[in-house]
Design a protein around this ligand. Structure first.
Ligand code: ZN
Length: 288
């Protein structure tokens, strides 16, 4: 399984989990390989990612991300602005475009060590998210002829930015299972199903989401925003491992891609912990 990463993913001054952990995960894949996983550069897809980001976002917002002004818009993602911010965010999106290309061309699965995506709306960043690479991935799939795309957003937080961008497109369906309501700015409606969950009922809510997904028209591509930050809301790591198995079972033979999304040090967790959580996703996907 090809997984996309490039050091540009971490090439910003602001040091947070979102802007640092991908390198640590990639390094772990070299020092402690997972069978059947190959780390590949997505940088050939940078041009397409830029073009699709310009479809997803307003010109004024992207210009602010590029130039740093106006300051409130440039910093709406909650990160300090630096000149590399735009290139960093585009690289994360390029990883998902590359993964979509691989998944659809090879009728297979792929992923990218991308995060900082799903809260970014058409006109602003939010919650460490700058460019909405989930939306960019959907656009990349539609451009390749996919008739319908399912976004399964199982990050702790709701992917409202993705729905803000794509909600009116009938080729797009989004199902969220959320344990946190911090960035809940875009209410779910229509083709967006929102399932609140708590640490005690988390796997039941995941099964409910997957049952609902299975009842829909079969998608041509599944995009999984596989945040591990439910752990930060108290979901046991063992349950997260089960979640990854259930989601991968649901995906079956449908082309699918994952982004790593959230997963933080809150609650006394180390970067080693965070890397080990995201490796659960990679191991499960690479084992089929
Ligand atoms: Zn999150």
């Amino acid at each position: 399984m090809d997984i996309y990463f490039h050091p540009t993913y971490t090439d910003v001054e602001n040091a947070t989990e979102t802007t640092r952990k991908s390198q640590l995960i990639a390094t772990s894949l070299y020092t402690d390989p997972i069978p059947n996983v190959r780390v590949v550069s997505p940088m050939d897809f940078t041009g397409e990612a830029e073009r699709l980001a310009a479809v997803a976002h307003s010109r004024a917002y992207l210009e602010a991300v590029r130039t740093g002004t106006p300051t409130d818009v440039a910093r709406s993602n909650g990160l300090a602005w630096c000149p590399n911010l735009y290139g960093m965010a585009i690289a994360h999106s390029a990883g998902l475009v590359a993964a979509v290309d691989t998944a659809l061309a090879g009728d297979t699965t792929s992923g990218s060590l991308s995060s900082g995506l799903h809260h970014a709306s058409r006109t602003a960043g939010m919650g460490f998210c700058t460019i909405n690479g989930v939306a960019v991935a959907v656009y990349a799939a539609l451009a390749r002829g996919a008739a319908n795309v399912l976004v399964l957003d199982i990050d702790a937080h709701c992917g409202g930015g993705t729905f803000d961008i794509l909600g009116a497109d009938p080729r797009f369906t989004q199902i969220d299972v959320s344990t946190s309501f911090t960035y809940d700015r875009f209410p779910a409606s229509g083709n967006h199903r929102r399932i609140p969950a708590h640490s005690g009922d988390y796997l039941q809510r995941i099964e409910e989401a997957l049952d609902h997904a299975a009842s829909l028209h079969a998608p041509d591509l599944v995009v999984v925003n596989a945040g591990m930050d439910p752990v930060n809301d108290g979901v046991p790591v063992d349950d997260m491992a089960v979640r990854e198995r259930l989601v991968r079972d649901f995906v079956g033979s449908t082309p699918a891609v994952f982004a790593i999304a959230g997963g933080y040090g809150w609650g006394g967790h180390s970067y080693d912990d965070i890397v080990s959580w995201h490796r659960l996703t990679i191991s499960e996907w690479a084992s089929r």
